[in-house]
Design a protein around this ligand. Structure first.
Ligand code: ADP
Ligand code: ZN
Ligand code: MG
Length: 477
């Protein structure tokens, strides 16, 4: 039988606010355990939460970027469960009146774009972290993360393959990072995902029984875990067995999912409205203000780069993969008006140098002004492409503008025809065998002569001029 794969993802993203969602504690990562806590996030009796406005605005940004409807009435709810990393014994989350509902994003699949529905986006607080010390048979709790703001983004079951799920996840990730509301760090847990997956006979409209996969710490884990699970479920169904509705953990080392808890053990969270927080009213004026603040989103920017700058879609994809890199590129183009050449330099030498130092485009020592100037100097024939490579390296190391580096290094291109003619004559004289072969019809040797001239001039000869003069010289004799 032919089965169709159905996947829906629940994504948790930590918001990049300076302070926690209901108290003034810092959200910094990697600080000494329990140093970023207070009576509110430690859940001491009598301490009351106060909502962080910035967290709401960050969440609104994501809602608007994904075309969601923002609910005017926002109500927080208590989600009750007992676990040692949750000091209050409940998590403040949202239930029946979440921040936003009914959005979608477009993902690119083989045959064009597909719309993936977003069921809802809601705000909640993160829990603390347990550290198990097996040697000392002890467990510790670090509550620095307790109360860090999260949004949960729940997709509709619209994804039809593990690859599509990863695509969707990467798009969400890209949008969150573009909006600068999440650092997207999967290793540190700022961006986490649970995957729900089921199969159904192709053509059937009702959904099959699903499993929920946890412990997916990278895009690769998501892909592998889903692939494993699809195969596991298909084998069961093909044998006429049933898929149990359960939560399963991905074990990366063993490359398999393992049952964690079944539906029977599913938790009853006893949701009820949080009495310590008033409902938040998000009126149209507030929505409009946040909307006006949205940057151009990656997909729109990619399309604009192709249409406005006439660069290939591939280049547009690379250049917009990072918002600051795209800004950098646009600054360079604004200054030199050479979009394709600028794309080549940014994607080539600039990105290589930045990657080597794990640096972002926002603190690139090569100022956009300098790169633009260098591009124009190449075009004017003042420097050759080869010299430019050296100049850009110097600009990167010193932060100086190209004119200064050229002057200091005496790197000005040789465009003096007399000097070049003399060099060409010397090259031809030194290579009588090659010259005879060239005249005998080995046209390819032209490149060899050009190479010799470049070598003799230390790469400073203007290549175009060398070409012209060499042609003349070879024809004259
Ligand atoms: P719960 O809150 O009980 O986990 P939800 O209805 O909120 O369930 O769904 C959670 C996620 O699971 C959503 O992303 C949804 O699209 C997905 N999902 C629900 N049913 C299925 C199914 N049968 N197969 C695959 N995904 C599903
Ligand atoms: Zn606190
Ligand atoms: Mg749910």
């Amino acid at each position: 039988m032919d089965f169709e794969t159905v996947i829906g993802l629940e994504v948790h993203a930590q918001l990049l606010t300076c302070t926690k969602i209901f108290c003034g504690c810092s959200t910094a990562f990697g600080r000494p355990p329990n140093s970023l806590t207070c009576p509110v996030c430690l859940a001491l009796p009598g301490a009351l939460p106060v909502l962080n406005r910035k967290a709401v605005e960050f969440a609104m940004k994501m809602a608007l970027a994904t075309g969601c409807r923002i609910n005017e009435q926002n109500v927080f709810a208590r989600k009750n469960y007992f676990y040692p990393d949750l000091p209050k014994g409940y998590q403040i989350s949202q239930d029946t009146l979440p921040l936003a509902e009914g959005g979608h994003i477009l993902i690119e699949v083989q045959d064009g774009n597909t719309k993936i529905g977003i069921e809802r986006i809601h705000m909640e607080e993160d829990a603390g972290k347990l550290i198990h010390d097996e040697a000392n048979r002890a467990s510790y709790v670090d509550l620095n993360r307790a109360g860090v703001p999260l949004i949960e983004i729940v997709s509709k079951p619209d994804l039809r393959s593990p690859a599509a799920a990863v695509h969707y996840l990467k798009s969400l990730h890209e949008i969150l990072v573009y909006l600068e509301i999440c650092d997207g760090n999967m290793e540190e847990g700022s961006f986490r995902c649970d995957a729900n997956v089921s199969l159904r006979p192709r053509g059937q409209s009702t959904l099959g029984r699903r499993t929920e996969l946890k412990n997916l710490n990278s895009f690769r884990h998501v892909q592998r875990a889903l692939e494993y699970e699809v195969t596991r479920q298909r084998r069961l169904l093909e044998k006429g067995l049933e898929v149990e509705q359960e939560t399963r953990l991905w074990d990366e080392a063993q490359g398999m999912t393992m049952s964690m808890r079944s539906k029977g053990e599913a938790r009853d969270y006893r949701y009820f409205p949080e009495p310590d927080l008033v409902p938040v009213v998000i009126d149209e004026a507030w929505v409009a203000k946040v909307r006006a603040d949205l940057p151009e989103l990656p997909q729109a920017r990619r399309e604009r780069f192709v249409s406005a700058y006439g660069i290939p879609a591939y280049d547009a994809g690379v250049l917009t993969s990072d918002r600051r890199l795209a800004d950098y590129y646009e600054d360079v183009v604004r200054l030199c008006d050479r979009p394709k050449i600028a794309a080549n330099w940014v994607m080539g030498d600039v990105m290589r140098l930045l990657n080597e130092d794990r640096r972002g485009a926002h603190d690139c020592p090569v100022m956009p002004e300098s790169l633009a100037e260098m591009i124009l100097l190449i075009e004017e024939g003042v420097v050759s492409g080869k010299m430019a490579k050296e100049i850009i390296e110097q600009m990167y190391r010193t932060g100086r503008p190209p004119a200064q580096i050229i002057a200091e290094k005496g790197m000005v291109q040789i465009t003096d025809e007399g000097e070049l003619d003399a060099t060409i004559a010397a090259v031809l004289e030194a290579n009588p065998r090659q010259l005879a072969e060239y005249r005998g019809g080995r046209d390819k040797l032209f490149g060899y002569f050009v190479g010799q001239v470049m070598k003799l001039t230390g790469g400073k000869a203007n290549p175009k001029l060398v070409n012209d003069l060499l042609k003349k010289a070879l024809h004259h004799d």
